[in-house]
Design a protein around this ligand. Structure first.
Ligand code: PLP
Length: 455
């Protein structure tokens, strides 16, 4: 009997040579970022004090469809790319679904998640432009781990503000960052004005990504030769992640299929954009009609319950004003274990796509995410990151719908990371201690009141 293929693999020569910039193909372009003081649109140069110059240019680029990947970055990608596309036969069987489920396995990167795809690119440009130090924030620790490795590889120093709750829940991610040579600080901390202000008002504050971003930007602005790097939200980060979708497109061809639905979990939008945009370009050109689903946590539902408004990317208000789906920059999300999804806003490109009805969003409760994670672990042998489990839960829902409808849909989801360093979360699920979090309309209303809404 002929064995059906489980994995679809590409040789190193097929690592993409360029990233795909969806903004060039969008009919309605994302609105510009604004200077908070003057409310004037910002140009790339306005971002130079914080970000690398080339990254700033990528951020506002709405004309070049493809942006060349520097050879040194491709060289580093060879350490783990191309990542496998896998058919989830085990999960399909357990669900008894006629759907064909595929996942792109980004958990095979040396640091365990997709975050390395952008970390390597960012470290490369900073080194090239003569910067010596970087600061960043990290939620679950996946981005911090990726940037620690990438800065080490390109000879830069790194300070990471790690959300305090994750610092405590995920001590081994801290050790990973330190192993790669980074300095790790629990945020909020006493080392910055932004941190001191929060700790003075709320001494037991357990941190949020928005706060950690403020601290990292403050340190970068005060230190010569030091810039700031962000692991999500910004357009240039999702741009770098498009290697995921570009590879997956070729691999789906090898499998002889094309996805009806593409799904990814959603923090600020980088892994979602990474897998979705290369396929979405065929919707934009009118050739295909794929659905794209962003799966966010019910406790931090900026896409499903937030508003489109101009808001800050960080708690202290150091960033430009971004046109984004947001819950308000001082929204304090519940302490779910998917630390990387606890962010109040969505990137500007992804926000425009949602507002234009080109993508969809669903929210997933914490227990549903872990039910999905455990089923996936038992059927496919990979323990997923709590963040990625949101994509798995949404995939399971789509596969069960296909079963009800008797349709053999093709579903592709992104396995953004593994959860082998998130076992405290699994412990708490398995011992029945994990809970859902309900978020009232009133709390949302309070947080978004005062925002500058976009009609
Ligand atoms: C494994 C994993 N998946 C997803 C995310 C969410 O980020 P993004 O929406 O930028 O992909 C994170 C963020 O830390 C993560 O660690």
């Amino acid at each position: 009997m002929e064995m059906k293929s489980k994995k679809f693999l590409l040789p190193e020569g097929d690592i993409p040579k360029a990233w795909y910039n969806i903004a060039a193909d969008m009919k309605t372009k994302p609105r510009p970022m604004l200077n908070p003081a003057t409310k004037e649109p910002l140009a790339a140069e306005d971002l130079f004090p914080i970000f690398a110059e080339e990254l700033s240019r990528q951020e506002v680029n709405q004309t070049d469809r493809f942006i060349e990947i520097p050879e040194q970055v491709r060289e580093m990608y060879r350490n783990y790319r191309c990542t496998p596309l896998v058919r989830a036969y085990g999960l399909e069987k357990a669900l008894g679904t006629p759907a064909h489920i595929y996942f792109k396995n980004e958990s095979v990167s040396p640091v365990g998640s997709h975050k390395l795809n952008s970390a390597l690119a960012q470290a490369y440009y900073h080194k090239k432009e003569g910067n010596t130090n970087l600061t960043t924030e990290t939620g679950a620790g996946q981005w911090g781990a990726a940037l620690s490795y990438a800065t080490q590889a390109f000879g830069l120093e790194l300070a990471v503000y790690m959300v305090k709750i994750s610092y405590q829940q995920k001590p081994y991610r801290r050790s990973i960052m330190q192993t790669f040579g980074a300095q790790v600080i629990a945020s909020p901390s006493m080392s910055t004005k932004a941190g001191r202000k929060i700790l003075t008002e709320q001494p037991n504050h357990m941190g949020s990504l928005g706060t950690a971003v403020s601290e990292a930007i403050e340190l970068a602005m005060q230190t010569p030769g030091c810039k700031y790097a962000l692991g999500s939200v910004m357009n240039h980060v999702a741009l770098h992640q498009t290697v995921i979708g570009l590879e997956a497109e070729k691999q789906m061809e090898l499998a002889g299929e094309y996805p009806d639905v593409v799904i990814a979990c959603f923090g600020g939008g980088s892994n979602f954009g990474g897998i979705a945009y290369p396929f979405l370009r065929h919707n934009l050109s009118g050739e295909k009609n794929t659905r794209f689903i962003a799966a966010e946590p019910a406790s931090c539902p900026k896409l499903t319950r937030g508003v489109l408004a101009y808001d800050f990317g960080d708690e202290a208000g150091f960033t430009p004003l971004l046109p984004m789906y947001t819950l308000g920059h001082d929204f304090a999300p519940a302490h779910i274990h998917a630390g990387g999804l606890r962010y109040h806003g969505a990137g500007t490109v992804v926000s425009q796509l949602l507002s234009d009805g080109l993508i969809e969003a669903v929210d997933v409760q914490q227990l549903e995410a872990f039910d999905a994670a455990v089923l996936f672990a038992r059927t496919e042998g990979i323990i997923p990151a709590p963040e990625s489990s949101h994509a798995i839960a949404a995939t399971i829902n789509e596969a069960l719908k296909a079963k009800e409808e008797g349709k053999a849909k093709t579903i592709l989801f992104n396995l953004s990371g593994h959860g082998l360093i998130d076992m405290t979360a699994y412990d708490s699920y398995l011992s029945g201690d994990l809970t859902n979090f309900e978020l009232s309309d009133e709390t949302i209303r309070q947080n978004i009141s005062g925002l500058d809404l976009i009609a």
